[in-house]
Design a protein around this ligand. Structure first.
Ligand code: PLP
Length: 483
C-alpha cells in the first residue's frame, strides 16, 4: 500500500500531513541513568517516570497530538453540570459519525465496559469476541462472565500477509453458541483495530457474517470502536468493495452492523474520555441509570467540558484520510525496515504500533522469565524508548496460582497519532537493530512484588542475573561518547 504522496526515488517514505506548532522538549538521559531509572521502576515500563523517557511508545492512549482546532475548541467550552452546550456539540458529532441516536458519556473506555458488563452479564455467561482487551476481560470477569476469543488461525502467526488478522472465526462462533447455548451468550463483542495484536483490522465482510450468526440466534453485537480509525484505513486500502468509499461510509457500514458501540476517546478522538452509543432506545434505557451512579450526570459523564469539546472536533477529524493514515504509514515504515533487517516483528504492519516478537528476538529467555518484559526493559536501557509488554506479564495467574503463558510474547512500540517525526522513527529502527545484534546479552525477569489483578500495571520485577550491566558495558564499547 503506497503513501498518498509518493517519492520520485521510489522509496517508501511516510510524509507528515501536518506541521508542528507547539513542541515539548525531550530528555535523553545517559545509559547509566536509564538503568537506575528502570531499577527504580521495578523493571516495569509502566512505572517509569516520563521525564526519564526519550520516546514514549508505551501507548497511544491519551498521548496523541491534538490539532489546533481541538485546542481552540477547548477555549469555548461551556461549563454546566447539566445541559452543557459542549455536550450538545459532542452528541451532534456522535450522531453524525456513528449514526446512533442515543449516547451515554463515560469517563474513558473501561468505564463504558464497566457499564455494559454490569447491565448485560447476569453473573454468568460467555462473551465471544475476536480479541480481548485487558480492561474488557477484567470487567466481564468482574461481572461474573467469561470471555472466549475466537480469532482465526492466521491471527497469531508472527509472519503473515493476511490482511484481516482481526477477523472473528465464524465456524468457532457457531460451535461455541451450540456448546454453551445462546441463552448463556450475553452478547458478541467485536473489537475494531484489535489492540493486543497491534491494531490488526477485521473486514466488513467478516462482520456481516458475525451479524448473520447473531441474527440467527437473537444475539446482540457490541462493537468496541476505540481503534476504528485505523481499521477503516485498512478496510479502504485492503477490502476491494470499499476502495472508493469515503471514511464516513465505512464507519457507518461498521456501526450499522452493531447494536451497541463504545469507545475510548483517548484513542479515537485524540482527547480523553469515552462513551456508549446505540440506535436502540430500549438498550439505552437499560444502561442509562448507571451513568449518573458511576460516571457523572448524563451531560458530562465524568469528563471535563474542555475534553468533551476536543472529543467532538477529534471525532470529526477522523473522517479525514490524511489524518487516519498517519500512524499506519509510520508503523508500516518501521515494520518494513525491521523486517528487512531480519528483526522478528509482527507482519503485516497494524494500526497501533510496531510489535516485536520477543520469543523470536530472545529465544534463549524461557517464557516464564517474561521475554517481552525483558525486551522492553533492555530496549529502554539502551535507547530511552519506552514500549509495553504484551505477553505473559499481561496475563493473570490461574486459580492455582500458576503463570499462564501467553500465546505470543510481544513488545509493543505504540505510534501515538501525529506525535513522532521520521527521524525519531529512524532512531527507533537503529536502536532495535543494535539490540537485536546484541540480543544474547539480554536475560530474563522475575517478580518480587506481584498484585493479583492487572499485575502488568504496577507489579515489580528484577533481572535474573547481572545482564543489564553487561548490556551497558557493550553499549559503552560501541558508543563511547554517546548516550
Ligand atoms: C484503550 C482501549 C480500551 C480501554 O479504554 P480506556 O480509555 O483506556 O479505559 C478498550 N478497548 C480498546 C480496544 C482500547 O484500545
Amino acid at each position: 500500500m503506497a503513501a498518498r504522496v509518493q517519492f520520485a526515488s521510489g522509496e517508501y517514505v511516510p510524509l507528515e500531513m501536518h506541521k508542528v506548532r507547539v513542541v515539548q522538549k525531550l530528555n535523553l538521559l545517559p545509559v547509566e541513568e536509564r538503568l537506575k531509572a528502570v531499577e527504580g521502576a521495578g523493571y516495569n515500563t509502566f512505572l517509569l517516570q516520563n521525564r526519564d523517557v526519550f520516546l514514549d511508545m508505551l501507548t497511544d492512549s491519551g498521548t496523541n497530538a491534538m490539532s489546533d482546532q481541538q485546542i481552540a475548541s477547548m477555549m469555548v467550552a461551556d461549563d454546566a453540570y447539566a445541559g452543557s452546550a459542549s455536550y450538545a456539540r459532542l452528541y451532534e458529532a456522535i450522531v453524525e459519525i456513528f449514526g446512533t441516536e442515543y449516547f451515554l458519556p463515560a469517563h474513558q473506555g473501561r468505564a463504558a465496559e464497566h457499564i455494559i458488563s454490569q447491565v448485560f452479564i447476569p453473573r454468568s455467561g460467555v462473551v465471544p469476541m475476536n480479541f480481548h482487551f485487558t480492561t474488557t476481560k477484567a470487567h466481564i470477569e468482574l461481572a461474573g462472565g467469561q470471555i472466549a476469543e475466537l480469532f482465526t488461525d492466521e491471527a497469531l502467526k508472527i509472519k503473515s500477509d493476511f490482511p484481516f488478522k482481526g477477523n472473528l472465526d465464524i465456524a468457532k462462533l457457531k460451535a461455541l453458541i451450540a456448546k454453551v447455548g445462546k441463552q448463556n451468550v450475553p452478547y458478541v463483542r467485536m473489537e475494531a483495530g484489535t489492540n493486543l495484536i497491534g491494531g490488526q483490522p477485521f473486514s466488513i465482510a467478516n462482520m456481516r457474517d458475525v451479524r448473520k450468526v447473531c441474527d440467527d440466534h437473537g444475539l446482540l453485537i457490541v462493537l468496541d470502536v476505540s481503534l476504528i480509525a485505523e481499521n477503516v484505513y485498512f478496510i479502504k486500502t485492503r477490502e476491494e468493495e470499499f476502495k472508493d468509499a469515503d471514511v464516513k461510509t465505512i464507519i457507518r457500514a461498521m456501526c450499522d452492523l452493531a447494536d451497541i458501540i463504545y469507545f475510548s476517546a483517548r484513542k479515537v478522538c485524540c482527547a480523553r474520555g469515552g462513551g456508549i452509543a446505540t440506535r436502540s432506545k430500549e438498550l439505552y434505557l437499560k444502561m442509562r441509570d448507571l451513568v449518573p451512579l458511576f460516571e457523572g450526570f448524563l451531560t458530562y459523564g465524568g469528563m471535563s467540558v474542555r475534553e468533551i469539546e476536543a472529543m467532538a472536533v477529534g471525532l470529526r477529524e477522523t473522517l479525514d484520510m490524511d489524518m487516519i493514515s498517519q500512524s499506519p504509514q509510520f508503523i508500516k515504515y518501521l515494520v518494513d525496515q525491521l523486517d528487512a533487517g531480519g528483526v522478528p516483528v509482527v507482519t503485516p504492519a497494524g494500526g497501533l504500533g510496531c510489535h516485536l516478537d520477543a520469543m523470536g528476538f530472545l529465544p534463549h529467555v524461557p517464557q516464564l522469565q517474561y521475554p517481552a518484559g525483558a525486551l522492553g526493559t533492555a530496549l529502554f536501557i539502551i535507547s530511552g524508548i519506552r514500549g509495553m509488554e504484551r505477553g505473559t506479564i499481561s496475563m493473570d495467574r490461574d486459580a492455582d496460582g500458576n503463570d499462564v503463558p501467553s500465546e505470543v510474547e510481544l513488545l509493543r512500540l505504540a505510534m501515538p497519532r501525529r506525535v513522532f517525526t521520521l527521524s525519531q522513527v529512524k532512531y527507533v529502527e537503529d536502536r532495535v537493530k543494535w539490540l537485536y545484534a546484541n540480543r544474547e546479552l539480554v536475560g530474563g525477569l522475575e517478580f518480587y512484588d506481584e498484585p493479583k489483578v492487572l499485575r502488568f500495571f504496577v507489579g515489580r520485577l528484577r533481572p535474573t542475573g547481572d545482564w543489564p550491566q553487561k548490556l551497558i558495558a557493550k553499549f559503552r564499547q560501541d558508543f563511547p561518547n554517546g548516550v
